[in-house]
Design a protein around this ligand. Structure first.
Ligand code: ADP
Length: 445
């Protein structure tokens, strides 16, 4: 009986002790569970916010060891993401600036050929409004079959296409060199294409001028050569030809060889002018003196044609900065033309004057004149109003084109006013040299 009482008492004590121990443990467990839940909620909220792009968001400081590590990792991820995003933004801005500043047109399309990006140069070249083009299919915006087919081809065949394309616009016809490259993602899947447009209209035009020039020059050279050859062959084939005929042949050979020589000299001048674009040969000189020398040099030609040639120089020295040989040639070509295209006994007046910051040279004659429709054309290479007359006077058709070239090289211009049958005035102007500083004056020899 006593034993059973004892066992009962011990049981009660043990139960009481267990309850005392269990209740705080249970409370502690509930508290820990609640703290973890709150921490996990913070973590989930912050992670979701970061995933949606709020990289400034941070998980509040955590003290539970496991959760603290996780929270620190999420915060570190947010900080790293900020750095990555700002690097990507900087790269994107740099690319956008490069695109915007490019002379080449750039059009970026997705795999469905809708325009994603188009830079200002492309919009200008293609004659489009940039903002209206974004998001539209390329074929709807760029109305050029060759370009759209090439883009299609590049995307379909994952390739690069280079081509030259004619692009007619309202009032002009442009020529583009195009380059289309397909774009792929990391896995090599197609994501669109980029089109680069390079405007080569001017280049093509220059190529054309050059080809025409070579063709014209060859033709001009061939004519006197054929004439000389024909005359020489006739003389060789007929040794008994009359002396008077022989003299005629010789004279024609002489005049054709002179023409050939003039042509070669002019062609060499053009080639020198084109290759020597710098100002290394420029010096300061008094324009009055230069013109005076050229007027004097023309004396014998003037005498032969019984012309009167007068010079009206500017009363003070007029300093210009230029290539002496070029400017002499310009002056000589204008005076020479006045002599050539004025019938015997004509009047040629050469004037040098100052017009504000420019020096002006006028060469006036009372010769055959040029009708208005030809006045601009006489500056073109090989253009002659009357080819036979020019050739009989030893002309090449290059003199005035050389004059214009030299004028432009000296930041100047040349123009003509003329009345058919009354006479012509050619006017050349170029800027006066900048006045020398005092220190430079004392250095002058
Ligand atoms: P050319 O060697 O034939 O003289 P230029 O280039 O010097 O070549 O001149 C081109 C053309 O312009 C000449 O063939 C001529 O028809 C015309 N021309 C040039 N100067 C005069 C002038 N002073 N009076 C009339 N026509 C001129």
């Amino acid at each position: 009986m006593a034993l059973s009482h004892f066992a009962f008492a011990a049981g009660v004590i043990l139960l009481g002790a267990s309850v005392w121990l269990l209740v705080p443990a249970l409370l502690a467990a509930i508290y820990l569970a609640w703290r973890n839940t709150v921490a996990m909620e913070h973590l989930t909220d912050a992670t979701e916010a970061i995933a949606q792009g709020d990289f400034e968001r941070r998980v509040p400081e955590q003290h539970t060891p496991g959760v603290k590590r996780l929270a620190d990792a999420v915060n570190l991820m947010a900080r790293t993401s900020i750095r990555r995003v700002s690097m990507l933004t900087a790269d994107r801005n740099r690319l956008a600036t490069i695109f915007a500043g490019m002379v080449e047109g750039v059009v970026d399309v997705d795999e469905k050929q809708n325009i994603i990006h188009i830079n200002d140069a492309a919009a200008l070249l293609l004659g489009l409004v940039r903002e209206n083009s974004i998001g539209k299919p390329v074929w709807q915006v760029i109305r050029n079959q060759k370009i759209t087919l090439d883009i299609d081809d590049a995307i379909r065949n994952r390739t690069v296409i280079k081509a030259r394309v004619d692009y007619p616009r309202v009032s002009e016809r442009l020529v583009f060199d195009i380059y289309v490259a397909s774009l792929s993602d990391d896995q090599g899947g197609p994501i669109g294409a980029v089109l680069v447009l390079h405007d080569v209209t001017e280049l093509k035009h220059l190529e054309r001028i050059r080809t025409d020039f070579v063709a014209n020059a060859s033709h001009e050279l061939k004519t006197p050569i054929t004439a000389i050859r024909g005359l020489a062959e006739t003389m060789v084939g007929d040794p008994d030809v009359e002396k008077s005929m022989l003299m005629q042949y010789m004279e024609r050979i002489h005049s054709q060889s002179l023409r050939l020589s003039n042509l070669v000299t002019d062609l060499m001048t053009i080639s020198r002018l084109e290759s020597d674009q710098g100002t290394s040969s420029f010096t300061r000189m008094n324009f009055n003196d230069l013109v005076r020398r050229e007027v004097r040099a023309a004396a014998s030609a003037v005498e032969i044609k019984l012309h009167s040639l007068t010079l009206d120089p500017f009363p003070e020295p007029l300093e210009v900065y230029g290539d002496r040989q070029n400017l002499s040639q310009l002056c000589n070509n204008l005076i020479d033309n006045a002599i050539k295209y004025t019938p015997e006994g004509g009047q040629i007046k050469v004037r040098v004057r100052r017009d504000q910051a420019d020096v002006v040279l006028e060469v006036e004659d009372n010769g055959i004149g040029i009708s208005p429709q030809y006045q601009e054309r006489v500056f073109e290479r090989f253009y002659r109003v009357d080819k036979a007359r020019s050739q009989s006077l030893g002309g090449t058709g290059l003199g005035l084109s050389i004059v214009r070239n030299i004028a432009e090289r000296h930041y100047g211009s040349v123009g003509v006013t003329s009345q058919l049958g009354k006479g012509t005035t050619f006017t050349f102007r170029m800027p006066l040299a900048e006045p020398l500083l005092q220190s430079e004056v004392s250095e002058q020899p």
